[in-house]
Design a protein around this ligand. Structure first.
Ligand code: B12
Length: 215
């Protein structure tokens, strides 16, 4: 039953049907289905399929854009529900997060930001294609505990290393911890660039963030 819904959600992304994706998200909320589960098992499964087909030339940029629009429509319905379910109100720490310069992918970064905020972190989301110095400035300004860097392109993940170096140069390391993520990012890469934390999804990101602030 739930599996049928997840399947339909994936299909709505593959077909780039924003209205259908949104309708299914509302259905999930009505049925009290865990929003994160709907996102991961439903919509993200669809996006992964789209990504694969795009990668091997079976889908094109307009398909990718339509899929992303559908994903955003669904997430817009599920996000308030995710925030509502976040029980912990005590501020666990401050997180500055964004997608690095040159990269405009924001779906995953926004999910991570929403989950962190729902879990009790104070989140400063700088958006996409964030100039690297802005991460350093904002971290200093708000007294961040963690800086989260998202990168979805192999050409932009190298910027994660640069931000870590810049934070050190500004005297903010090692007090400010750095967490990295995004589809091409691996634990090996995170270790290589000296990041303190890595996660392949939003749930894991919350666990890593809690660990980094000792919560
Ligand atoms: C949707 C999409 C787009 C949309 C983005 C819309 C938007 N508003 O975000 C649009 C159409 C705009 C787009 C554009 C492009 N895209 Co694109 N896109 C995708 C796609 C299909 C899905 C990405 C996505 O949203 N996934 C779902 C989310 C939930 O997952 P996620 O982002 O990985 O995030 C999760 C984790 O990684 C992690 N995470 C993410 N960030 C962080 C941060 C921290 C701190 C932590 C701890 C964890 C974490 O948690 C998240 C939640 O679970 C991927 C394929 C794929 N499967 O990844 C290609 C993909 C990333 N795109 C790709 C490419 C090539 C492009 C373009 C260059 C295409 C072009 N020729 O113009 C442009 C880039 C423009 C730019 N300068 O950035 C390639 C990248 C190849 C590479 N190796 O570099 C991919 C892999 C597709 C492919 N197979 O070729 N894209």
């Amino acid at each position: 039953m739930k599996e049928d819904l997840f399947q339909a959600m994936a299909q709505s992304i593959i077909e780039g049907e924003a209205e259908e994706a949104e309708r299914l998200a509302r259905q999930a909320v009505e049925q009290s289905i865990e929003p994160v589960e709907a996102i991961n098992k439903g919509y993200v499964a669809g996006l992964d399929e789209v990504g694969q087909q795009f990668g091997c030339g079976e889908m094109f940029l307009p398909d990718l854009v339509q899929a992303a629009e559908a994903m955003k429509a669904a997430v817009a319905v599920l996000e308030p529900e995710m925030a509502r379910r976040g029980s912990s109100r005590h501020v666990l720490g401050k997180v500055v997060i964004g997608t690095v310069e040159g990269d405009i992918h924001d779906i995953g970064k926004t999910l991570v930001a929403t989950m962190l905020s729902a879990s009790g972190f104070e989140v400063y989301d700088l958006g996409v294609s964030v100039p690297l110095q802005k991460f350093v400035d904002k971290a200093g300004e708000v007294g961040a505990d963690i800086v989260g860097l998202s990168a979805l392109l192999t050409t932009t993940m190298v910027k994660q290393r640069k931000v870590i170096e810049d934070l050190a140069r500004a005297g903010l390391r090692p007090k400010v911890k750095v967490m990295v993520g995004g589809a091409p990012v691996t634990r090996g890469w995170a270790d290589e660039i000296g990041a303190d934390g890595y996660s392949e999804d939003a749930m894991g990101a919350v666990a890593v963030a809690k660990q980094l602030v000792g919560a």
